[in-house]
Design a protein around this ligand. Sequence first.
Ligand code: MSP
Length: 506
Amino acid sequence: MSTFYVTTPIYYVNAEPHLGHAYTTIIGDALTRWHRLLGDDVKYLTGTDEHGLKIQQAADAVGKTAQAFTDEIAPQFAHAWERLNIANDDFIRTTESRHKVAVAELLQRCYDAGDIELDTYSGKYCVGCELYYTDDELVEVDGVADCCPIHKRPVETLDEENYFFRLSRFEDRLLDWYAAHPGAMKPDNRANEAIGLIKGGLRDFSISRTSLEWGIPLPWDPDHVTYVWFDALTNYLAAVGFGDPEQDYRTWWPVDYHLIGKDIVRQHCVYWPAMLMSAGVELPKGWGIGGWLLVDGEKMAKSGGNVVNPLDLIDTVGVDGFRYYVLAETPYGSDGDFSYEGLVAKYNSDLANNLGNLAARVATVVAKKCDGVGPAPRADSPLAAAAATAFEGAARAWADVAPSKALDATWSLIRATNAYLEANEPWKHEPGDAVNAVMGDALEALRIVSVLAFPAIPDTSQAIWERIGFTTDISEQRLPESAGWGGYPGGLGVTKGDPLFPRLTA
Ligand code: MSP
């Protein structure tokens, strides 16, 4: 059995979970569910990023200690992921001791390798990004100079004695590594941006602060606490036991995919691999770089005031309706425009009309023409080729971290089956062999659809599975076998049930 380890970014706890956080988390969930169907031994990790100035300030603003504040917000993320049916195997908080141990180990290794050195730094710092910016990266906003290009707020000037990570030493090694591992970063256009950052020249970055207490102290100089990004990135190793003498982190490492947003490419695709090289740890096998979900053309963020709470949306379209929209609407890597109208339109066309209608129609005809007992499919069904194409397309797309393509391939089988029913019109014919043959084929197609759609809409897939007569847990199906034509045995009781996706008006 091969292992498959996937991570999301760990989310800052200065804000409650929003649609932007849900986006990557749902993509990781679907991707890992697909790999469980493939029979891989999966570890899906998410968590919360709890140290640093930004969190300290958010805690101060409500008169709480940083620890009390993070203890309150972190469970809100865990709760949101439960509501969205996220099957993460682990949830890491950077305030946990397993994490602190791993950070100390990684720091010490880089220090021992001579890649961390003391220096003085004066620079313009954005607390929102927890990053220093150069003058030419800053922008003017409403006549105010020196604003962060992302948060559009003035940066602060900080003067500090810091330890620096000598990133500049890694330029050639990183370029060589990426050249030797084409396709490690997906999709290609985002990969090119990352390579551009390295080719643009790498500056050493500060990895410690003396002006801050809310963080992990450097093992060799405890007056300094670790810079949040050095701290945060290490969560991916901490969760698999790095630094713990009782565990071998290499059971899971190197990670298969770090799923990230396009705004944190520099940290994940430049800083992180350099840190790992310095520490003598293998580099990740892959990165999936997603775009942003935009609301009115702006990234959704607490500071932007345009936050959409995913939990409000599931009341209308259901958990699976929401998951499907997030996965299917926007090609991975591109920016997507979120709108409520868009959500309802996608729900009505793909879920209510295509999938919902197919399931209802099949059950209705089987009830009327087959005494409610599902017939077996034909071995030479015209739908068999459509099913094979759907599976191959979905498998290729999931391997490429392209959920929207995987679902389009899956939905091609739904469309083909609806067209097949319309061409044959079994509802107009007398019961008998001809109707049985068509309905057996349609049931088999629906069985395969429910397996292929499971990563995106797990509860609906299970419901369809049961309605066509299975009593097992659909998550126990294994690919590619379960996608092979002919798995529907026939002779099972088929039930209609309530509409899976009642039509909505926007
Ligand atoms: N804590 C860091 C990540 C550390 S990982 C070692 C962080 N946290 S964050 O909560 O601000 O953002 C986490 C992720 O959410 C980022 O990848 C970011 O791109 C993503 N999103 C936040 N808003 C988003 C949208 N509106 N759309 C899509 N994703 C966006 O950065």
